[in-house]
Design a protein around this ligand. Sequence first.
Ligand SMILES: [Zn+2]
Length: 117
Amino acid sequence: MVDKEDLRAEIPSYAFIALARRGMEKISLDQCFLHDCDNRDLNLLEPFKKEIQEDDKKITKKIYIKCKKCNRNFILKLDTLKYVAKSTKDEKEEPLSMGIVYALDENGKDLGHIGYF
Ligand SMILES: [Zn+2]
């Protein structure tokens, strides 16, 4: 048995979406990303499984989540890059982010890139 609270702790609370010249928009990851579902209630989202893959460039975590509103499952895929290239324009600039989050449906079909964490 996996501990649901442990799984929940693996999920960042927010992702950031880059908006061309207007900075970043912060969105909650505590929501259902499936089509036609507007569930944003944390209590109706139940993480139940985790898979981790690692190669020399990144660590990929997949958190399987059951949505109790639409009764379907989806997957949050969290790619954490091990080496983040710095901008060549500005030496002082910190890497924007270390991770990218995607949503997948339960068959692994890509629902799209959500943002950065
Ligand atoms: Zn849902």
